[in-house]
Design a protein around this ligand. Structure first.
Ligand SMILES: CC(C)(COP(=O)(O)OP(=O)(O)OC[C@H]1O[C@@H](n2cnc3c(N)ncnc32)[C@H](O)[C@@H]1OP(=O)(O)O)[C@@H](O)C(=O)NCCC(=O)NCCS
Length: 169
């Protein structure tokens, strides 16, 4: 298992993994498989072009990208630099329940807190017991719900907001 930051050079691998996950979990990924297929490699190259400390952590098994988690600022202004949003958390269905996401998410969390971030926020489209369980086990707590955050295949899905604050030393 190789865990490292990923960037524009990993755009194709990122797209392959996203398609594999979205085919099985469109609601949890927040878009339909057809919408995912419409996304271009160039758009991923752009999305994965991070300026520090924004980053995406990836886990590779036998040189194949199997899991990711990203953290990034929500604004360019210093008044919002105490917080980051976590996004892009998913693991290939072929590699689940091995503790891979836990390691990748924890690595992204440590990166954010190590760079002076005080709080990390994220949103989970529900139902998604695996993700809620993963985040709760790391210390995230729920702080609200966006009603009908997603509309997919004729159904509304709420978005559960979760937050994790850096513990004082
Ligand atoms: C959620 C997801 C990222 C978890 O990935 P994973 O690598 O299987 O997770 P891990 O093996 O690291 O599990 C860590 C913890 O998450 C929880 N968890 C993971 N899968 C679970 C499941 N199927 N049911 C209940 N809890 C689960 C457990 O608390 C687990 O700890 P444990 O194994 O000690 O019980 C994965 O299921 C996934 O990619 N789902 C589709 C995309 C998605 O939902 N992304 C999150 C968007 S917010």
């Amino acid at each position: 298992m190789n865990i490292r930051s990923i960037g524009s050079g990993d755009a194709e691998a990122f797209s392959v993994l996203r398609r594999e996950v979205t085919r099985e979990n469109p609601v949890q990924m927040g878009l339909s498989y057809e919408e995912e297929l419409g996304r271009t490699i160039d758009s991923f190259r752009e999305q994965l072009c991070f300026s520090h400390p924004n980053t995406m952590v990836g886990c590779f098994m036998e040189e194949q990208l199997v899991s990711t988690a990203a953290v990034g600022y929500t604004s360019q202004f210093p008044s919002s630099r105490h917080k980051m949003v976590m996004w892009g958390v998913f693991t290939s269905p072929r590699y689940r329940r091995r503790g891979i996401s836990r390691r990748v998410v924890e690595s992204a969390v440590q990166h954010a807190f190590g760079n002076g971030v005080h709080r990390i926020n994220l949103q989970v489209y529900v139902p998604n017991e695996p993700a809620l369980g993963l985040y709760k086990s790391i210390g995230f707590v729920e702080y609200g719900v966006e009603p009908e955050a997603l509309y997919l295949d004729g159904k509304f899905h709420d978005g559960v907001h979760m937050t994790l604050v850096q513990k004082q030393a």
